[in-house]
Design a binder for this molecule. Structure first.
Ligand code: UDP
Length: 140
């Protein structure tokens, strides 16, 4: 089933020059990039994006980090792309991530883990609409 998901190259990934590396992994996996832009979120925008985590102990630190510099937001499209992107990313904690995943290869910290990816169709719909309108998504 063709799906869409939101991917973010987080501020650590952008600052460390990993945009090309992450994009290459998506393209090599046959995943289509149908929207892409750079954003520097305000704290309020980061809080809105991660609102589901607002009660978690890491919320303040996470939203400070996510608003600390530019990030790349993308809409990815393909069969089963929500799960496939999560597979390419690896586990939240890079120490638990499988070999060859983005987080295992590049993350330095449980928070600074280079990439974000939606975890379900409902979150993907919310997260895509958070950053993109219909005219910014090709074919769509
Ligand atoms: N995070 C953190 N500490 C934790 C768990 C998560 O700093 O103990 C951060 C990390 O950047 C993670 C984000 O919060 O990517 C969102 O957490 P989630 O559990 O949704 O993980 P993800 O879906 O990104 O793998």
């Amino acid at each position: 089933m063709t799906e869409r998901t939101l991917s973010i190259i987080k501020p650590d990934g952008v600052a460390r020059g990993l945009i090309g590396e992450v994009v290459k992994r998506f393209e090599s996996a046959g995943i289509r990039i149908v929207a892409m832009k750079m954003v520097h979120m305000t704290r309020t925008q980061a809080e809105g994006f991660y609102a589901v985590h607002r009660e978690r102990p890491f919320f303040d630190s996470l939203t400070t980090f996510m608003s600390s510099g530019p990030a790349v937001v993308m809409v990815l499209e393909g069969d089963n792309v929500i799960a496939r992107n999560r597979e390419l990313m690896g586990a939240t904690n890079f120490k638990d991530a499988a070999e060859g995943t983005i987080r295992r290869d590049f993350a330095t910290d449980i928070e600074k883990n280079v990439v974000h990816g939606s975890d379900a169709p409902e979150t993907a719909a919310f997260e895509i609409a958070y950053f993109f309108n219909q005219f910014e998504i090709v074919g769509g």
